[in-house]
Design a protein around this ligand. Sequence first.
Ligand SMILES: Cc1cc2nc3c(=O)[nH]c(=O)nc-3n(C[C@H](O)[C@H](O)[C@H](O)COP(=O)(O)O)c2cc1C
Length: 395
Amino acid sequence: MFKKVVLIISGGIAAYKSLELIRLIKKTEAEVKCVATEAALEFVTPATIEHLSGEPLRISLHDRDEEIKMGHIELARWPDAIVVAPATANIISSMANGLANDLAQTLLLATTKPIYLAPAMNVRMWENPIFQGNLSLLKESGAAVIGPEEGEMACGEYGLGRMSEPSKILDNLKKKKLKALINKKILVTSGPTHEHIDEIRYITNKSSGKQGIEIARSLSEVSSDVTLVTGPVNIDLPDCCRVIRVETAMEMHEAVLNSGDYDIAIFVAAVGDWRVKNISTGKIKKTEATKPPDLELIENPDILKSVCSKRHRPELIIGFAAETDNVIKNAKKKLKKKGCDWVIANKVSKDTHNMGGDNNEVFLIKEEKIIHYKKSSKREVAKIIREEIIKKFGD
Ligand SMILES: Cc1cc2nc3c(=O)[nH]c(=O)nc-3n(C[C@H](O)[C@H](O)[C@H](O)COP(=O)(O)O)c2cc1C
């Protein structure tokens, strides 16, 4: 965790959440000095900020007492990191264009320290292509972007634009700042799918979701933009990343293709290959007279293949292959057939307990080499995969 943090509060409704953020940063025993824009003071008061931070609040660039010693440059040099929360559309766009109209903007231009932005704004502002272009410039220059989240907004609309919770912002400050991955958009699919027979019965498999969840958790420690698309599982879902819950393979397909573009996609989910063609409404009755129902199965869409053949495919696509026989041979076939970059293969049988259990023994299959990792916990396997990804993107 950083020991000295400058928190810039800009003028959005979410400024009230920054008060909690000050408290959380202080609890880690870090020092926090706050800067507010003029607009921020329409939403929160200097007295609250100063009481929580224990430091005088800086607002004006033209504070004669401070600026006699070039206070803004001192403040730009002082911290280990600068956090802007909430980050308004205005401050993000000003920053992307190198403006220095007030103390907050000047600090952001003058600093060489890591910058974390927690955007908060109306969904239309967020989606505006001019704004998105500005944000991309900042990401390319290395600023870490935390959130925003999807949900209801103060203006009554629904969508992306809510500031991330202070606890999530703090989690990001605790992360080792790996430049290579911090802004990579990462997708992890996980868990089984349920393929309905009727309203209460379904076909599924033994996947527990443990491996996928561990991978999403582990990557959330180094990236601020991880999305987990999960089928129905009976374990706790992480709160460190965006979670999209689905039930069927069709829903997972739709969620993966419509939840955005990703730089890295890891397909851990055990997706049902087939679904029942005609799902009965209600419950199929078992009566003396009828024989068991004939279930006609049809193929589900191949999610991995769909993503591999996208025009703007992720830079790195990793597929998982659970095999009962010929693990390596089948996994190599999968690598070629689907067009993914790596396959993580494991042997699944009632003896290995890999599927559903707490441990896993995997082979990482790349076109040029195969690496075997001995049996270890799913958390450990997640770390190994993370290290391989970090190696690829270099840091
Ligand atoms: C009630 C109200 C709420 C606002 N909420 C936001 C917001 O959540 N996000 C945002 O980007 N701008 C918001 N604005 C607009 C900004 O306050 C405005 O762009 C301002 O110039 C930002 O200045 P700053 O970036 O220097 O703080 C809001 C304005 C008002 C009047």
